[in-house]
Design a protein around this ligand. Structure first.
Ligand SMILES: [Zn+2]
Ligand SMILES: [Zn+2]
Length: 120
């Protein structure tokens, strides 16, 4: 799958069902999403183009602590496969290449509960 960029999971307390469950994290260049394996709560992030150099706005704590993960991926910029830093917050999602520093910024777009869709 050519478009696959980041695919990982992170076990934590779900903000929605409050259970300790795997949160499935997927990112491709045009979208990133985090889905709870237990309840299906899904948050969708879209690329943000605004100036993100103002750190204050970025660090603002949302509904839960920032998740900081490291995942191996192929950089879209330098094409080196290596560690990328993932930072996922309530309103932000970033993926940064450790080799060249190229960073994808996403902002929160919408939220839905996948399981409800299935059951109705
Ligand atoms: Zn959940
Ligand atoms: Zn890179």
């Amino acid at each position: 799958m050519a478009d696959r960029f980041i695919f990982t999971r992170y076990r934590t307390d779900c903000y929605h069902c409050k259970k300790n469950a795997d949160q499935i994290i997927r990112a491709v260049p045009y979208q990133a999403r985090v889905a709870c394996e237990n309840c299906g709560a899904t948050r969708v992030f879209i690329p943000r183009i605004e100036d993100v150099s103002k750190e204050g706005e970025f660090i603002k704590i949302g509904c839960y602590d920032l998740w900081k993960l490291v995942e191996t991926a192929e950089c879209r910029n330098c094409h080196v496969t290596g560690p990328h830093d993932l930072t996922i917050g309530c309103r932000n999602f970033t993926v940064r290449c450790r080799n060249c520093g190229f960073t994808h910024f996403y902002k929160f777009d919408l939220e839905y509960i996948a399981k409800d869709e299935l059951e109705t």
